[in-house]
Design a protein around this ligand. Structure first.
Ligand SMILES: [Zn+2]
Length: 162
């Protein structure tokens, strides 16, 4: 599942999305060089077992986190929540600010929802300038989601909304 999503992003990422993600300041820790492509990022995440999933419980039972980056859970850099919208059709919809209508249109459990979350977490992982820390802030999360949509809607839209 996660392999398929990351592969999809690596192979189908559009140039606007790729350029935006690669403005990130995190380099490849294996080469100490900036990342040159999203495929290289995917290779690192797979090759070093840095991406995984878990059932993640938050302090607010009504809020479901779709994924987190840098939480340290399971030793992974990126952890997807099995209860979030990448896996569950019944999970809450993601929201945005300016692009709330477009973002809430993404169906939980769809390929699109998985792509949306994957790109959001890649933006955290890569340290894209201006991407906010949103672990405890819905409004920061919504603004981040806007950035993901604004820059990567073509890649996300290439996935199935079911
Ligand atoms: Zn986030």
């Amino acid at each position: 599942m996660l392999t398929g999503l990351l592969d999809f992003v690596a192979k189908n990422v559009d140039s606007d999305c790729s350029k935006w993600l690669l403005t990130g300041t995190s380099g490849n820790p294996l080469t100490n060089q900036p990342f040159e492509s999203i495929a290289e990022v995917a290779d690192l995440l797979y090759g070093q077992n840095m991406i995984g999933y878990a059932v993640v419980f938050g302090s607010d039972p009504k809020a479901v986190n779709n994924a987190s980056t840098g939480s340290g859970v399971g030793g992974f850099a990126i952890v997807f929540n099995l209860r979030g919208s990448t896996f569950e059709r019944g999970a809450p919809r993601s929201s945005g600010d300016t692009f709330n209508r477009q973002i809430t249109n993404i169906n939980p459990g769809s390929q699109r929802a998985g792509l949306f979350t994957m790109i959001h977490e890649l933006a955290h992982f890569l340290n894209v300038p201006g991407f906010r820390s949103d672990a405890n802030s819905r409004s920061a999360g919504n603004l981040n989601n806007d950035d993901v949509w604004k820059n990567c809607q073509k890649t996300i839209g290439a996935g199935k909304n079911r």
